[in-house]
Design a protein around this ligand. Structure first.
Ligand code: GDP
Ligand code: MG
Length: 163
């Protein structure tokens, strides 16, 4: 079986955009288990000969409990349980938020590698946006731009190095 990489982060940071960048058209399985209140969307990613499954955890829906915090907790739990490596995504344009810190709190407990990706670093001028995220404590943040296709190779390199 392929190793599993989960993309985790608060809504709107760009998880689905990056997920689509990584998988291209290799959407593998859409598993909708009856009785289980989450849909899982898997894609296949590949970098330098290493192939892995990717989960866009933002696709998780919780019946009757759609508050952001609950949904974020659910995502993080799933990632901690099932992933071999976690991409923790934040938004460099918006800056560090309380919800990012909530996600971070949960990921500290994961005995899994966490790769911190700062999305929406759309050009060189925005590169300084990554520095405040060092305080999250996951090492060097990787600046990326899903919409401009910047830094995806660096991100995937960090991911497969940690698998
Ligand atoms: P998700 O909720 O985390 O899955 O985020 P989405 O992938 O749906 O993206 C949320 C919004 O951010 C959308 O309007 C995207 O077009 C936008 N977005 C995603 N990536 C980037 C990026 O690299 N730069 C900018 N400026 N916007 C982005
Ligand atoms: Mg999404």
């Amino acid at each position: 079986a392929r190793p599993i990489v989960a993309i985790v982060g608060r809504p709107n940071v760009g998880k689905s955009t990056i997920f689509n960048r990584i998988i291209g058209d290799r959407l593998a399985i859409v598993e909708d288990k009856p009785g289980v209140t989450r849909d899982r969307i898997y894609g296949i990613g590949e970098w330098m000969g290493t192939s892995f499954s990717v989960i866009d955890t933002g696709g998780i829906e919780i019946d009757g409990a759609d508050e952001m915090l609950k949904s974020i907790r659910m995502q993080a739990e799933l990632a901690i349980e099932e992933a071999d490596a976690i991409v923790f995504m934040v938004d460099g344009k918006a800056g560090l938020t309380g919800s990012d810190s909530e996600v971070a709190q949960m990921l500290y407990r994961a005995k899994k590698p966490v790769i911190l990706a700062v999305n929406k670093v759309d050009n060189l001028k925005r590169q300084d946006d990554i520095y405040e995220f060092y305080t999250l404590g996951f090492g060097d943040p990787i600046g990326i731009s899903g919409s401009h296709g910047i830094g995806i190779g660096d991100l995937l390199e960090a991911v497969v190095t940690n698998l």
